[in-house]
Design a binder for this molecule. Sequence first.
Ligand code: ATP
Ligand code: MG
Length: 197
Amino acid sequence: MKNVGIMGGTFDPIHLGHLVVANEVLNIYNLEKIIFVPAGNPPHKTRMGANSAERYMMANLATMSNDRFTVSDFEITKDSKCYSVDTLREFRKLYPETEFYFITGTDAVIELPNWHEPEELMKLCKFIAVSRPGTQNLEQRIQEVAEKLNGHIEILKIPMLQISSTDIRERIKNGMSAKYMLPESVERYIYKNNLYR
Ligand code: ATP
Ligand code: MG
């Protein structure tokens, strides 16, 4: 049996918070690898973000130097909305001898009841919720979510980084530096392609 981590998100852009989380879980749970899965473009949202090809490219730039990090284009290449539950169903089919660990921040995990088919999703993988600044002391609420969905969520305390994609997009838009919050290659890609201006 192999153990593989899944890190879903919009990654608009990917930053050091994401990378530190992935690496901590990889080490602590002794995972084979982490698959970053950038979400497709939400059809309803109109926003100032990067498109899915750009977000996929940045995720690749950020993870290139790590043998245990990979990026999947599964969700971004779908024409229709692809939910985490669809992705996990497909991954389970493709890799039958694998146990999947879905990694989220504490902010994302308390939203689980609003995801598509959350109970089904929780049967397909284990959930690990890592601490994120601003959302501490959520143990009780996370337990409630797990009970409501008949699933199990493990809470993992890790060194916290107060970095978010929203903050990085704001900085770039306002001509402020986001240096050291994201890999240099990703930062350069953002400026070269005039993203978030
Ligand atoms: P945005 O501000 O656009 O929502 P984000 O920084 O929250 O971006 P996402 O792509 O939404 O990044 O997050 C993907 C996953 O990574 C989520 O589960 C989120 O909780 C987690 N995550 C993001 N940043 C951090 C961080 N600094 N510490 C811990 N978890 C994080
Ligand atoms: Mg977010």
